[in-house]
Ligand binder design. Structure first.
Ligand code: SAM
Length: 219
């Protein structure tokens, strides 16, 4: 019953504050029709990423975990015309659907998709210009590895957002040993001991249940 209430409140808020965007709506629909799992960020979370990117004047964003490109399109909407979003995706089918969605949303020119496991592609990835914002939304097992690489790629004063770090309370329960919860606990310990960053976790409830994201500021 509480889940129904969370969804009702989220729908109310989104209805009031999030304008229709046919590119984003199409991306959700196309992804569902193509059989992709229903694990994209919710509209208000996408809007949060968009507003955060705008707030810090982000020109370049990097994303791990594209799926159908829903969050990628939000980021592309936030960066200026000469801005860019680089997104990493493991599955070819997801990547194909995402490319189609980028096209429909009119943002393909702002986005580069790197196909393959980010575990392999990210350590090899070099960029002349650093990134302002990173969104980590791929396999949670690899979170610490991703964090290490993103520190190399994100500018000082930049922000790294890591999604799904609460997992209905499982991460805060040391007896939960599934690889995703352990992966998130690992990165939280790495961040605690890293004096180059400052971080916090915001719990969230909504259409996707009880979860949360971590915001990491690179000093
Ligand atoms: N960010 C997307 C959004 O909100 O619209 C959702 C991403 S979904 C939660 C996670 C994605 O990460 C999936 O498409 C999955 O195939 C991808 N993924 C999983 N392991 C990966 C890896 N090692 N490298 C790159 N992508 C990976």
């Amino acid at each position: 019953a509480i889940q129904k209430e969370w969804t009702r409140v989220e729908d109310f808020n989104n209805g009031l504050l999030i304008p229709n965007d046919s590119g984003l709506d199409t991306a959700r629909k196309t992804s569902e029709e193509a059989g992709l799992p229903d694990i994209a960020v919710s509209p208000n979370e996408g809007r949060f990423l968009y507003l955060l990117a705008k707030s810090i004047g982000a020109r370049r964003c990097i994303e791990l975990g594209t799926l159908g490109g829903y969050s990628t399109i939000w980021l592309a909407r936030a960066v200026p015309l000469d801005g860019h979003v680089v997104t990493f995706e493991l599955h070819e089918h997801h990547a194909k659907v995402a490319q189609k969605n980028f096209h429909s949303a009119g943002v393909s020119e702002k986005i580069s998709l790197i196909l393959g496991s980010a575990r392999e592609t990210l350590p090899k990835y070099e960029s002349k210009e650093k990134f302002d914002l990173a969104f980590v939304d791929a396999d949670k097992e690899s979170s610490s590895l991703y964090f290490k690489e993103l520190k190399r790629l994100v500018r000082k004063g930049g922000v790294i957002i890591v999604d799904n770090v609460v997992r209905r309370g499982k991460v805060a329960d040391g007896t939960q040993l599934d690889s995703s919860s352990s992966g998130v606990r690992d990165i939280m310990h790495v961040i605690r001991d890293d004096h180059d960053v400052e971080a916090t976790v915001i719990n969230t409830v909504g259409s996707k249940g009880y979860d949360g994201f971590m915001m990491v500021y690179v000093k």
